[in-house]
Design a protein around this ligand. Structure first.
Ligand SMILES: NC(=O)c1ccc[n+]([C@@H]2O[C@H](COP(=O)([O-])OP(=O)(O)OC[C@H]3O[C@@H](n4cnc5c(N)ncnc54)[C@H](OP(=O)(O)O)[C@@H]3O)[C@@H](O)[C@H]2O)c1
Length: 285
């Protein structure tokens, strides 16, 4: 069983660190807001630390699950100094590919491994230990990390070298953006035409239009319920990374651009923490 340090106990990190304990690993945790780490250690058999240095000291695996690029850099500054030689750093944050490559290079200077390992599956996937993880980094490090990450994952794939896990996550978000805009227009159209959404879904939900979003979000969208799930603020951050990367590489993504501006409208309505299915609000209001 491995010695694990988990940094960042938000919506995703809290249950993920808990699964590591359940799998029998020795788990130490740290969170910027101390109270969350203390609450975690009251629920799970693991120790909360006041400092990143103390938490990471002696760990075989160091997990990060924070917000965005700047947060990863903030935390890595301490991890790079405190981690023991040969430790494997696994970053579950959705960040840019450049951020991953920079962290990988700095880690390599200290003979540490760094795997970019963004996740998909939402809060439910983290709570149920059913996440999909797309990884970038060295094969040996990935193979050592796999049995540990399997505590909370149903699928783990090495996409390629450092940064390519974050690239795969960008593709994931591009596909979700398109599906959600289509679903928003479908639900909006059904409502305007006076059709009952549950009946419509019985007819189309097992056909070619089916999607995870349709199965899990169409009904709540038709009921105007968005107080759960994956936050619009995070999606705006993810699509911002996608659009910046696309622009640097002269790739045209008209639909992502349109969806990004629609999420801005939702944020302006006060929906920053609403689920991403609230994209429909940019049509309705
Ligand atoms: N929620 C989802 O459904 C979902 C799904 C897939 C991927 N993701 C990605 O997973 C990551 C975490 O998401 P989440 O939903 O768990 O977010 P969250 O609930 O907002 O938690 C964010 C965590 O990052 C910490 N943090 C932020 N900035 C920091 C900094 N500068 N230094 C140290 N710690 C910092 C926060 O600490 P404090 O407690 O002190 O604020 C908190 O522990 C994000 O990159 C997100 O895009 C989320």
């Amino acid at each position: 069983m491995a010695k694990c340090a988990f940094l960042g106990l938000g919506v995703m990190g809290h249950p993920m660190a808990g699964h590591l304990v359940a799998a029998g690993h020795e788990v130490r945790v740290w969170n910027r807001t101390k109270l969350k780490a203390l609450n975690w250690s009251e629920t799970y058999k693991g120790k909360a630390f006041d400092s990143i240095d103390g938490c990471v000291d002696g760990a075989d695996f160091v997990f990060l699950c924070v917000g965005q690029d700047k947060d990863v850099f903030d935390v890595m500054e301490f991890v790079l100094v405190a981690a023991k030689p040969d430790a494997i750093i696994i970053d579950h944050t959705t960040a840019s590919s450049k951020c991953a490559q920079e962290c990988y290079a700095k880690a390599a200077e200290r003979k540490l491994e760094f795997i970019d390992a963004p996740i998909s599956g939402g809060e439910a996937g983290a709570v149920n230990g059913q996440l999909s993880i797309m990884c970038g980094g060295n094969k040996d490090a990935f193979e050592k990390a796999m049995p540990v990450m399997s505590a909370y994952a149903k699928a783990m794939t090495l996409i390629g070298p450092s940064g390519s896990g974050q690239m795969a996550k960008m593709i994931n978000q591009i596909c979700i953006a398109g599906v959600l805009q289509g679903l928003s227009e479908g639900v909006h159209f059904a409502t305007e035409m006076g059709l009952d959404m549950e009946t419509v879904l019985k007819a189309i939900g097992k056909g070619a239009a089916q999607s995870w979003q349709m199965d899990n979000r169409a009904i709540t969208m038709s009921r105007d319920e968005f107080d759960f799930g994956f936050a619009v603020d995070w999606m705006r951050k993810d699509l911002g990374i996608v659009l910046e990367t696309a622009s640097e590489n002269n790739i045209d993504l008209p639909l992502v651009q349109d969806v990004q501006s629609r999420y801005k409208v939702v944020q302006e309505m006060g929906g920053g923490r609403w689920d991403t299915s609230s994209l429909i609000k940019a049509l309705k209001d």
